[in-house]
Design a protein. Structure first.
Length: 95
């Protein structure tokens, strides 16, 4: 599948939200971002759904993977888990 530049941008937005929502550290600022990302993913107000659609993903599938604990970004050795890992992907959540 060939991805457009727009899809790449929206996927980056979605991945950033997932990384923020899955943050496991203790930084107060990052914990606030974690709460905001979680609220955005769970809100159902259309914004999350729009981003998923623009990224080429099914929003309900992405949300179910998130709530089911099946999205776990792993940081490569030497990087903190809350940074965006180079190998983080939402592979398998395409419509």
């Amino acid at each position: 599948m060939i991805m457009t530049q727009q899809q790449e941008l929206w996927r980056a937005v979605l991945i950033r939200a997932m990384v923020d929502a899955l943050y496991v550290g203790k930084s107060p600022m990052s914990l606030q971002e974690k709460e905001e990302a979680h609220a955005w993913i769970m809100a159902g107000d259309g914004d999350f759904e729009y981003v998923c659609f623009m990224a080429g993903y099914d929003p309900e599938y992405v949300r179910s993977r998130y709530t089911g604990g099946r999205m776990r970004p792993r940081a490569p050795r030497g990087r903190q888990a809350h940074s965006l890992p180079a190998n983080f992907s939402l592979t398998g959540v395409c419509v």
